[in-house]
Design a protein around this ligand. Structure first.
Ligand SMILES: [Ca+2]
Ligand SMILES: [Ca+2]
Length: 187
């Protein structure tokens, strides 16, 4: 007698779901935010750096309005006094998948043209100004205002170099609003 052959379906089921093991390539940096001021601790994009905490704010403001917001929270715009701080900022913008190019920093020559100062009043010595920047000169931006550029930002699309831009909108509330980074002293 021949036997009946049962044909079962191939039951491999889900075996063709490829496993995703790429996360090992990402280095997660643990931030201890317990010493950051409580009013910013739970916000997104807060990272510690030495004796300070840095808050990245995606919301776009003029330099002066961004600074006012930082101060309202008890801090000020971030100061970038050395290369390691600059790297810290650029690294976290990358790790946080930041999508904006321009980030205001706490550098200005509003008090005296060409005399660049941090928001704590100290003179700027370490600088990442791009060639031809920091000199009040507007390189043809659409709303050029004839050279009145007293506030600095990091331009990620220019390798993280700094550019001087107008501190506030020229035409009403229009133009020159960007993301910014605040800095707070640890508690
Ligand atoms: Ca200037
Ligand atoms: Ca400029």
């Amino acid at each position: 007698m021949g036997h009946r052959m049962s044909v079962f379906g191939d039951s491999r089921g889900c075996s063709n779901i490829s496993e995703f093991n790429e996360s090992n390539n990402i280095s997660y940096v643990y931030s201890d935010l317990s010493h950051c001021p409580s009013r910013i601790r739970s916000l997104r994009y807060v990272h510690e750096y030495l004796d300070s905490c840095v808050l990245f704010v995606r919301d776009k403001k003029s330099w002066q309005d961004g600074r006012a917001n930082c101060r309202r929270l008890g801090g000020d715009l971030v100061m970038v006094k050395d290369a390691s701080k600059q790297s810290f900022l650029l690294n976290y913008l990358r790790l946080d998948h930041w999508d904006t190019d321009n980030i205001w920093i706490g550098a200005t020559d509003q008090s005296r043209e060409g005399d660049w100062r941090w928001v704590d009043g100290s003179k700027i010595s370490y600088s990442q100004f791009a060639d031809g920047q920091g000199n009040n000169h507007n390189n043809g931006f659409l709303f050029a205002n004839g050279g009145n550029e007293d506030c600095a930002l990091i331009r990620r699309d220019d390798g993280g170099h700094w550019h001087d831009y107008p501190c506030k909108p020229i035409l009403g509330a229009f133009g020159y609003t960007y993301s910014y980074a605040c800095e707070f002293r640890k508690i």
